[in-house]
Design a protein. Structure first.
Length: 174
């Protein structure tokens, strides 16, 4: 029993199939490199450049948008400052106009008061003149009555009261 059969194949063996596979692979590699590698490589480079251009374009658009944002914020700040100035000027102008209107109203009121005082003074003078005339007429009338009749002091007082009543006044208070 000494015969043992060796059924294990050697680890590397030379075979024509392996040679044919290597030749086929080499031919296929050369053909692909000659006809397709340049196109494939060009496509990949173009695609990489296109993607890089898009990234650059996006970065540029973001930079421009940031500039516009900063510019608009500055404009808004300027507009806000201008708005505050306009409001401040308008308030100042309104206050000045209000003071002017109040001053004009006070002048008119003073003028109207002067006119009213002058009118009252004229009416007072007319009333005083009328009263003087009426008192003078009453005095003359009373004197006529006294002259016509010699009376005592009591009779004179009652006569004067009667004259005043006749003229529409109240009794004489002495």
């Amino acid at each position: 029993m000494q015969e043992t059969v060796q059924l294990v194949a050697p680890l590397i063996s030379f075979d024509w199939t392996l040679v044919m596979v290597l030749v086929t692979f080499t031919v296929l590699y050369i053909v692909l490199k000659k006809f397709f590698w340049g196109k494939l490589h060009g496509f990949m480079v173009a695609r990489e450049q296109k993607v890089q251009d898009q990234f650059d374009s996006a970065a540029e658009a973001e930079r421009i948008a940031e500039e516009h944002k900063t510019e608009y914020e500055d404009k808004l700040e300027g507009i806000e400052t201008e708005r505050r100035g306009v409001i401040k000027d308008a308030k100042g102008l309104a206050e000045k106009r209000a003071e002017q209107i109040i001053a004009e109203a006070n002048e008119r009121a003073a003028h109207i008061i002067k006119q009213a005082e002058a009118e009252v003074e004229r009416e007072r003078a007319v009333f005083a003149e009328t009263m003087k005339e009426q008192v003078a007429m009453l005095a003359v009338y009373a004197a006529e009555k006294i002259i016509q009749k010699e009376l005592s002091e009591k009779d004179q007082l009652s006569l004067i009261d009667g004259i005043i009543k006749e003229s529409g006044g109240e009794t004489w208070k002495h």
